[in-house]
Design a protein around this ligand. Structure first.
Ligand code: GLY
Length: 263
């Protein structure tokens, strides 16, 4: 059987103590992969578990916007070119599940009240998202997961409440293809950190391109992109998996992450 793998992060700039929470979600995902679940199912499952954990700025525990609203972003992509993403979505504790449902649709992405109305029609729960306490302004601890299954399929799922002190309607990297995520040709990469800076660099597509062209290995590409394209004050991190089941994580700051492999 092919090697199966999962890697997940809990955000660039987040407390390393959150590693245990991520490991728990990843290990549960590993058990599902071993029982035959697909990479897509497991990436979404791990990401949703982290959305449900108030320790992270995604789903429950998201930061508030400048007007006090809680608006969430999420994305899902598979290595065979399918994707779904939602942007600034209100009243949605698990936006990653809505993003995953978009994978089978003609429309790739939905935003705001349109996304919420679409989710209502399909029965995704509408509920207030409980934000993190106002005195906890940290926003780096967004989440992302990548899985590789026994059939060599690869999938990414990412989710965030955004960065703190941003206006409603602000768009970060997480729901933008090539910026916060990219999966293709047996290689998948997800980013975390300050969304504006990641988006300006189209970071995930940039490093994915270097790896898939074999210009750089995954560790070389991650290290070089983060050290040359971002200043030290800008928190950035990357996680990735290749089709051989090798996992890698790199950041210019603390970034709790965890992995699981089938061997
Ligand atoms: N990286 C999360 C955000 O900037 O929204």
């Amino acid at each position: 059987m092919r090697r199966m793998a999962i890697i997940a992060h809990g955000g660039a700039g987040a407390d390393p103590a959150k590693t245990a929470n991520i490991q728990s979600a990843v290990d549960a995902g590993g058990r599902s992969l071993a029982q035959g679940a697909s990479a897509l199912e497991v990436a979404v499952m791990v990401c949703a578990a982290l959305e449900d954990d108030p320790a992270f700025n995604a789903g429950t525990g998201s930061v508030t916007r400048q007007d006090g609203s809680v608006l969430v972003d999420a994305s899902v992509q598979t290595g065979d070119g399918q994707m779904g993403f939602v942007v600034s979505m209100p009243e949605t504790p698990n936006p990653v599940r809505v993003a995953a449902a978009l994978i089978d649709e003609g429309v790739n992405g939905l935003a705001g009240m349109g996304a919420r109305a679409w989710a209502d029609e399909r029965g995704f729960p509408r509920a207030d998202v409980i934000p993190r306490p106002p005195d906890d302004a940290k926003s780096g601890d967004t989440v992302g997961a990548i899985a590789l299954d026994s059939q060599g399929r690869i999938a990414i799922a990412t989710s965030t409440g955004g960065c703190s002190d941003r206006p409603p309607g602000r768009v970060g990297d997480v729901p933008l293809p090539g910026c916060g995520f990219w999966a293709e040709s047996g290689i998948a990469v997800a980013a975390t950190g300050i969304g504006e800076a990641i988006t300006r660099e189209m970071l995930c597509f940039r490093v994915h391109d270097q790896i898939s062209r074999k210009d750089k290995t995954m560790p070389e590409a991650f290290k070089s992109a983060i050290s040359t394209r971002f200043d030290e004050e800008t928190d950035v991190g990357l996680i990735g998996i290749n089709e051989a089941g090798a996992t890698h994580a790199h950041a210019n700051t603390n970034m709790p992450w965890a992995s699981w492999t089938s061997d």
